[in-house]
Design a protein around this ligand. Structure first.
Ligand code: SF4
Length: 475
């Protein structure tokens, strides 16, 4: 997994100064939040379903081996094949081998963050296999050579004009004077171009939102139907899924599905929910002749039984990033990782190491909105805090920050020192604030004062004011 999170600060600064991106991010702020709130309010048992879903996933994670084996047995019983991949290299090799067996020249793909995680497209392309993204957002960013900036809305950072320009550049076989000013015309053109590609494809690759142990089924949820065409038209369907996507039964699946679309887009259900069990049977009208599931670990099993296990409950709804003020400010690309936003801030260090992703758990105001809307009640701020602890324990922060934290910790453990220090610091800062009561520049706080003034304290600490009030009460 490619991680460029070490550059988070530079990328964020660039993103904040990008006017077009800032306008596009307004759609995240305006659109998703209200829709989710309305959908949740319209379902009285929403909170109870959240609790139930958390229980289901906790149970699965505590017995993951049992359910994975059950899933494998049922895939085989339905005529499918299961492949186990320890890491991204193994997953890429397995998929390439399956494509080669089929002599595949073109592969269609339904949206899958996991294929982004293992950088599958580049691998297949390097071996002469053309990959065609079929989700509209993914298709657009593929034309631009970009990565998704959001897990459910990959092209949310773009505007209509940019998409039109890309379509005119790439679809050069179409009439130049065609009208492309409306979203409908763009959609129509993408549909027209992609339709032919579905029939060209030798292999269809999708992700899986869920895997159902009792039936050996993979489940995909889309709004465009592209996943269905990807997996039913080619002769071979390969579904790539990470091991924690398991749910025990269809009943459990239906419980969690009631949360997914409501949390993601505010829909009651996504337009298409497709459950695939094995290859086509003799009396099926369509479907692939071969059905393969690639089960990827890539560091997830190492989280089981640890303080980070809870993150494996994630159903990739995107609600946490839709509500995150940091994501609203910088967008998904600034995170420099496959999974942006609060979930990315927790899972990226887990998968790639805190050494590479240390900025991300620090890119949070700890406002707690992510946790409050997470359908799976993942305590994202708590987990980010744990990553900060780990960063400190490993000595990864700059020496000045470490010294500052140590000094603070010492003072916090010694009330007299703390009171003495804060009393003189407050008085000094108050004087520095002058008549404006604001400090424009302060050594050791340039991260704050580089972008805005620091409000000066009134002059007294809380403890001083409290003691003075008590004294006044007594007299
Ligand atoms: S952490 Fe929660 S809110 Fe964020 S994507 Fe996962 S399930 Fe959705």
């Amino acid at each position: 997994m490619k991680v460029q999170s070490a550059d988070f600060i530079n990328r964020s600064a660039k993103a904040i100064g990008d006017e077009q991106l800032q306008r596009a991010l307004g759609n995240v702020r305006k659109g998703f939040i209200g829709k989710r709130a309305k959908a949740a309010a319209a379902l009285p048992e929403f909170e109870a379903i959240r609790d139930e879903a958390v229980g289901i996933k906790n149970h699965v994670l505590n017995h993951l081996d049992v359910y994975l084996e059950r899933f494998e047995a049922n895939v085989k019983a339905a005529g499918g094949h299961v492949h186990w991949a320890r890491d991204d290299a193994e997953a890429r090799a397995i998929i390439l081998e399956l494509c080669r067996k089929e002599n595949a020249r073109t592969v269609t793909k339904g949206k899958s963050m996991l294929t982004e995680e293992i950088e599958l497209n580049a691998h297949l392309e390097a071996h002469g296999i053309e990959t065609v993204e079929t989700d509209l957002g993914e298709y657009i960013i593929q034309l631009r050579g970009e990565s998704p900036s959001h897990i459910i809305a990959p092209a949310v950072h773009l505007n209509r004009d940019q998409v039109e320009a890309d379509f005119r550049r790439v679809h050069s076989h179409l009439a130049e004077e065609r009208a492309l000013e409306t979203p409908e015309s763009l959609l129509g053109e993408a549909r027209e171009v992609l339709r032919r590609r579905y029939f060209d494809a030798d292999v269809g690759i999708t992700g899986a939102n869920f895997l159902v142990a009792e039936t050996g089924s993979s489940v995909i949820v889309t709004n465009e139907g592209n996943g269905d065409l990807t997996q039913t038209l080619p002769r071979v369907h390969i579904a790539l899924a990470s091991i924690e996507k398991i749910v025990p039964t269809m009943e459990d699946l239906s419980t969690i599905l009631r949360l997914l679309a409501r949390s993601a887009t505010g829909q009651e259900m996504s337009v298409y929910t497709t459950i695939s069990t094995g290859p086509r049977r003799a009396d099926d009208q369509d479907g692939p002749e071969e059905y393969h599931i690639v089960l990827l670990d890539n560091g997830r099993s190492a989280l089981l039984g640890t303080e980070f296990q809870e993150v494996l409950r994630c159903i990739r709804c995107g609600a946490c990033m839709n509500h995150c003020p940091v994501f609203h400010a910088v967008g998904g690309h600034a995170y420099g990782a496959v999974y942006p936003g609060p979930i990315g801030a927790v899972i990226t260090p887990a998968l790639a190491g805190i050494e590479k992703a240390g900025h991300l758990p620090n890119a949070s105001t700890f406002c707690g909105r992510c946790e409050s809307v997470c359908p799976m009640r993942i305590p994202l701020p708590k987990l980010m805090r744990r990553w900060r602890d780990k960063e400190y324990e490993k000595g990864l922060q700059p020496a000045t920050m470490r010294r500052g934290i140590s000094l603070w910790a010492f003072a916090a453990q010694h009330p007299r020192v703390y009171r003495f220090g804060t009393k003189y610091a407050a008085a000094l800062l108050s004087r520095l604030g002058g008549a404006r009561r604001r400090i424009a520049r302060l050594p050791f706080a340039s991260g704050w004062t580089g972008a805005r003034d620091l409000p000066a304290p009134e002059g007294q600490t809380f403890m001083q004011a409290y003691a003075a009030a008590k004294k006044a009460d007594r007299s």
